[in-house]
Design a protein around this ligand. Sequence first.
Ligand SMILES: *[C@@H]1O[C@H](CO)[C@@H](O)[C@H](O)[C@H]1NC(C)=O
Length: 138
Amino acid sequence: MKNLFKAVITTVQITSLIHILVKYVGNIVQCSGSSMQPTINTGDIVLVEHISILLNNIEKNDIVISKSPQNPNNYVCKRVIGLEGDLLYNNNHISKGYVWLEGDNKTNSLDSRVYGQLPYGLLCSRVIMKIPVNTRYS
Ligand SMILES: *[C@@H]1O[C@H](CO)[C@@H](O)[C@H](O)[C@H]1NC(C)=O
């Protein structure tokens, strides 16, 4: 009985540790869509972390996963093209607390060029690397 109790406690602890790790540290995500081609292709699995977003440490050229400004149930993967204060094409500056995201596939990406700058608060995670698994043959 005592051992069972211990096992339950340990399981709960490990589960919360995993929960905390996934929430604050990192996670893996499978991407779909062609808007980040040729950098990220459909089926690619990427390693992401949340710390940089929490610490406000996002830089230009980072690839991030953000909630879609058009549908908060969807996530988009884009590259950070501009940060607050940066000059935009139309001679305007990005507002405080906003970022400008674009896909790498300029001819096929729904991004800030369509919906404008988006709130930093929509950003979820930063892509660290592509995990080299060939999902096409698995
Ligand atoms: C951009 O997306 C289109 C449509 O999916 C695709 O045909 C094209 O090859 C992509 N471009 C790049 C550079 O991957």
